[in-house]
Design a protein around this ligand. Structure first.
Ligand code: GLP
Length: 241
């Protein structure tokens, strides 16, 4: 695991964006794994800026998001489909058919998980996966206790995760109880991982991810075994290391 310490959230976003742009410009058909949450919002703003300055084009980029809530349709403002469209896709030149997120409104969710996994494979796998980390060590929506060999699957969200994400909804009751997420093994298959982390609130989780035991009780700990992980963290997030 390689750690890159930066001053603050803005520097984290700028550095992540420049790394991603370099990758997109280098690869012929880049496949990016994307994440939601507050952490990557600044990165998406920087990518839009780079696009507007004509430093990058997304025409040949394909994307696969980590996860999506179950039961929300794509137009729902709380869905990750909406988030991605609003925060990145509608601002850049990525073709609509290049964008992939699990469909949380599918009638057969197990089939949807299998199909999503196949679509990632058919596209040659993920070149760079962007990750955030949950306070309980979740990556994507892989909660503590998830098998390290899991592929895209249906999950019950931990009460603490629903609580943490309630800020995006009008009340806790409205936060879905389930989600579809890439599995831990799906994430581990990415050629490269860029994990972003900011703020003191995440410091304990980061320390455990980097220095703690590798255990399914703390999903992000598996990243210690990935050959190409870069963690970009601000001073506050890295303060316990
Ligand atoms: C959410 C997402 C994760 C994200 C994490 C942290 O539940 N499913 O992909 O990394 O929680 O979110 P935030 O960046 O808002 O702290």
């Amino acid at each position: 695991m390689q750690l890159r310490a930066v001053k603050n959230y803005e520097e984290m976003s700028i550095l992540a964006s420049s790394m991603l742009v370099e990758k997109v410009n280098k690869l012929e058909r880049p496949v990016l794994g994307l994440a939601t949450g507050s952490t990557p919002e600044g990165l998406y703003k920087q990518l839009i800026k780079q696009y507007e300055e004509k430093k990058v084009s997304f025409q040949h980029v394909k994307t696969f998001n980590l996860d999506e809530y179950v039961g929300l349709n794509k137009q729902d403002e709380q869905s990750y489909h909406y988030y991605m469209k609003d925060k990145l896709f509608r601002h850049v030149d990525i073709p609509e058919q290049h964008v992939h997120l699990p469909n949380g409104a599918a009638t057969n969710l197990d089939e949807e998980c299998k199909a999503y996994e196949s679509r990632i494979k058919e596209n040659g796998g993920i070149d760079v996966q962007i990750l955030g980390i949950g306070l309980n060590g979740h990556i994507g929506f892989n909660e503590p206790g998830t098998s390290f060999s899991s592929r895209t699957h249906l999950v019950d969200l931990a009460p603490s995760t629903r609580q943490a994400n309630a800020r995006f909804f009008t009340s806790l009751e409205q936060v879905p109880e389930q989600a579809i997420t890439m599995g831990i093994d799906t994430i581990m298959q990415s050629k490269e991982i860029l994990l972003l982390v900011s703020g003191e609130k995440k410091a304990k989780a980061v320390a455990r991810m980097v220095e703690g035991d590798i255990t399914e009780e703390f999903p992000a700990s598996i990243l210690q075994k990935h050959p190409n992980v870069r963690v970009i963290g601000d001073e506050a997030a890295l303060s316990l290391l």
